[in-house]
Design a protein around this ligand. Structure first.
Ligand code: SER
Length: 317
């Protein structure tokens, strides 16, 4: 990666990925693109930024030309629960941004990173140790768009030589920008509520196991995959990656190690619960280990200590 365009730079991943990449690469070669949500001052002042809509191909092409972009990281997405509230809009946003990205990078013979998700799997997928290559019949519009994007990514690689790569991210836990409209959001919100109120009302039920990952691992995984030797990649779109699998009881117990009076209640959201029930409990990520050396650093214990420490300093002063 040399000249990188990040679409969706104001989102949960983008807002941390931009500064992360600007530390590794030349900051003036990392372009942050956003549509309506403003970028942080750190991002605005740290390198080039472009206000644009990833659904407008001409504008995107002009930005790619302006900065001589060789890699697009397309983080534009309507997440799982929000997608169920307006399926046509979710499909349009998720797919138009992907197709525009692929078409433009076909022209300039560049590379594309697109995150897929545990949401690409469905209720007929094996739930435990979910294989890299398995049955994928998702039952959310988000998941359907992710499977389609995975297949399109492979298609543009095979047919047109675009260097497409991607990760099936689990729920990502972070402390800078909140996710919005995802099924795994509870695992972020719980830390904010623990710090502020020592209690949390969980919208997924006890015993709902899902794969998760702390943001530093998610960012590192992206760079490691994009910098991996292409001759080693048997898969491209997309790799299972995980760092931990837990249910709400386990994350609450990890918080109680630091905050013994932490209380959790349940008020299950039926839409989110149905989505979570259709997703894997834990994924097998051995293909990522074998093909480009994936290894997570954070587990539930070390992530919880870091989240509580950072949020306590920020929220409680
Ligand atoms: N975090 C996403 C969601 O819950 C899954 O990729 O929708």
């Amino acid at each position: 990666m040399k000249n990188i365009l990040i679409l969706g730079a104001a989102g949960q991943i983008g807002s941390e990925l931009v500064p992360y990449l600007r530390k590794i690469y030349n900051p003036s070669s990392v372009v942050a693109a956003y549509r309506s949500t403003p970028l942080t001052d750190e991002i605005m002042q740290g390198g080039p930024c472009e206000k644009m809509d990833a659904m407008e191909a001409e504008k995107m092409y002009a930005v790619v030309k302006k900065y001589n972009i060789d890699t697009i990281i397309n983080l534009v997405a309507v997440l799982s629960a929000k997608g169920e509230a307006n399926p046509p809009l979710a499909w349009k946003i998720n797919m138009d941004s992907m197709l525009n990205t692929l078409e433009i990078m076909k022209e300039v013979k560049g590379a594309v990173f697109t995150p897929s998700s545990i949401g690409a799997f469905g209720p007929t997928t094996p739930m435990d140790n979910t294989p890299q290559d398995t049955l994928m019949r998702p039952t959310t519009v988000y998941g359907i768009s992710k499977v389609a994007a995975e297949l399109l990514g492979d298609y543009y690689h095979i047919k047109f030589g675009v260097d497409t790569r991607g990760l099936r991210y689990p729920g990502i836990i972070s402390n800078v920008t909140l996710p919005g409209g995802g099924t795994t959001d509870y695992a972020v919100e719980i830390y904010y509520e623990a710090v502020k109120n020592h209690r949390y009302t969980c919208n997924l039920g006890a015993g709902t196991f899902l794969d998760m990952m702390y943001m530093p691992d998610a960012l590192r995984a992206l760079v490691e995959l994009m910098e991996a030797d292409p001759s080693k990649l048997k898969h491209r779109n997309c790799f299972n990656v995980s760092a931990m699998s837990f249910d709400p009881e386990m994350i609450a117990a990890a918080i109680r190690v630091h905050m013994p009076d932490f209380k959790m209640e349940y008020q299950v959201d039926p839409v989110k619960q149905a989505i979570a029930n259709s997703w894997p409990n834990s994924m097998d990520h051995s293909a990522a280990q074998e093909e480009w050396g994936w290894k997570p650093e954070y587990d539930l214990k070390s992530m919880t200590a870091d989240m509580l420490n950072i949020l306590s300093k920020r929220l409680l002063g």
